[in-house]
Write a protein that binds this ligand. Structure first.
Ligand code: SAM
Length: 277
């Protein structure tokens, strides 16, 4: 783990938000003079969901949803851990008037930004704040392991979780997979990212010393033992068994380059599972 990352995890969650805001303040002050399209991208200091090119990453995900997940413009989409709109923003240009988008997240700031900047212009995009516990993003909250999604059975065509299960613990992931199965219509798909721990990632992982999972709990591994949700890796066999048990079929696996696999051919930094009900 890098020193910067270690220091960041030492801060309480609300201080992590403040540190980011202050760091990017000079860049964000100038952006109010940008184009209207640029205004639909959050200020850098508010992008608490990860680094890199926010807009390009969102657009790349949309292409994966269409090409690999057969997402159609009229689909009902559920975006779990909708963050600050990285996935929703490109979807506003793809989904049509028959479609529906629901996103939910445990961070109020992200949900409020999305409501103000996305729902105002695209009313079929709906965001919900749910105060669930996650020690990376909040100080306390309700238990995600017993949370029932506020949606009907068999309602969605497509469920997406980009970089969300990578910040959740096993009992929470198990509950969410069960809930995803419940809210997906038969034949519907889920695209979700993970850090998959298997023979290959274990062998390759020393080649990326900045991104390690040293705390071994058998079926899962942690990057940081104090901030458990910082990053979580899952044993592939444990996940496969669980998915089979609840009736989500693994249609495809796209391995990421987090553990040292070749970047050129990878879909993403994280591993991606395409699941089908
Ligand atoms: C790395 S960010 C990714 C955000 C977004 N999916 C994206 O790709 O930009 C992880 C997100 O998961 C949310 N999160 C964490 N625990 C969650 C939970 N139990 N349910 C829903 N969202 C959660 C966080 O608040 C954060 O917005």
């Amino acid at each position: 783990m890098t020193i910067l990352r270690r220091l960041f995890y030492l801060l309480p969650p609300n201080m992590r938000f403040l540190a980011r805001r202050l760091y990017y303040l000079p860049a964000d002050v100038g952006r109010k003079f940008g184009t209207k399209e640029a205004q639909l991208i959050p200020p850098k200091g508010l992008i608490y969901t990860g680094s890199g090119d926010f807009k390009a990453q969102g657009e790349a995900w949309l292409q994966h949803f269409i090409q690999e997940g057969e997402l159609a413009p009229y689909h009902y989409v559920l975006d779990i851990g909708s963050g600050i709109g990285r996935i929703a923003i490109p979807l506003t240009k793809y989904l049509n008037g028959k479609a529906k988008y629901e996103g939910f997240d445990v961070v109020k700031l992200g949900v409020e930004w999305c409501e103000k900047n996305i729902t105002t212009h695209y009313p079929q995009f709906h965001f919900t704040y749910i105060p669930l516990d996650n020690d990376l993003y909040r100080s306390k909250g309700l238990n995600a392991a017993s949370f029932r999604f506020p949606y009907e059975d068999n309602h969605f065509d497509f469920v997406v979780l980009t970089s969300v299960f990578t910040h959740m613990l096993p009992d929470e992931v198990e509950n969410y997979l069960k809930e995803i199965h419940r809210v997906l219509r038969p034949g519907g798909r889920c695209m979700a990212t993970f850090f998959l721990w298997n023979e290959e990632s274990e062998r390759l992982s020393p080649s990326n010393p900045k991104f390690q999972f040293p705390y071994d709990y058998g079926h899962y591994r942690l990057m940081d033992d104090k901030v458990k949700a910082a990053n979580v890796a899952y044993q592939s066999t444990y996940l496969e068994n669980h998915l089979a048990k609840i009736g989500l079929h693994v249609e495809n696996t796209f391995y990421g380059f987090w553990c040292g696999r070749e970047k050129k051919t990878a879909m993403d930094f994280q591993d991606v599972l395409l699941l089908k009900k």
